[in-house]
Design a binder for this molecule. Structure first.
Ligand code: CA2
Length: 146
């Protein structure tokens, strides 16, 4: 049986659609999960979708994705800019990984310009709102085909 694609989400993304829509859009995380499940199903994959506000839980989920999944997509949220633990966990897995962001961090505050995640993943997609998830999923599915 095909292994699932893991889609992992970091702190505060549970608030999507409720606060700061001018930056993060109106789509909720539940809506994003439903859209991702549909895209994945069309391509013959299932998804495992998680959100956590806790760094260590995200590390556990990355390790689980490496052991039980075929690839992973991660929006590490603010941990992008702070977490060596998430960097190390991503480096430790043997499956392709894609970092995604709703906004374009490079165009925002200077403290968002550094990503500890980018050098540990296969590729990064940012700045397309909720579409970043769909674009990341298509990119990952294409990678898995090759
Ligand atoms: O643009 C992204 O996807 C970010 O990963 C979002 C993070 C931010 O720290 C990164 O620099 C870029 C913040 C996620 C917080 O999500 C919220 C959603 C609604 C209301 C408040 C926060």
């Amino acid at each position: 049986m095909t292994k699932p694609i893991y889609i992992l989400n970091g702190p505060n993304l549970n608030l999507l659609g409720q606060r700061e829509p001018e930056i993060y859009g109106h789509q909720t995380l539940d809506g994003i999960e439903a859209a991702c499940a549909e895209t994945a199903k069309t391509a013959g994959y299932e998804i495992v979708f998680h959100q956590s506000n806790i760094e260590g839980e995200i590390v556990d989920q990355i390790q689980e994705a490496g052991a039980k999944g075929c690839g992973l997509i991660i929006n590490p949220a603010a941990y992008t800019h702070t977490s060596i633990a998430i960097h190390d966990a991503l480096k430790s897995v043997d499956v392709p990984s894609i970092e995604i962001h709703l906004s374009q961090p490079a165009k925002r505050e200077s403290y968002r310009r550094l990503s500890f995640v980018s050098e540990a993943v296969t590729g990064t997609i940012s700045g397309f709102g909720a579409d970043s998830y769909d674009l990341g999923l298509h990119a990952l599915i294409n990678l898995l085909k090759t």
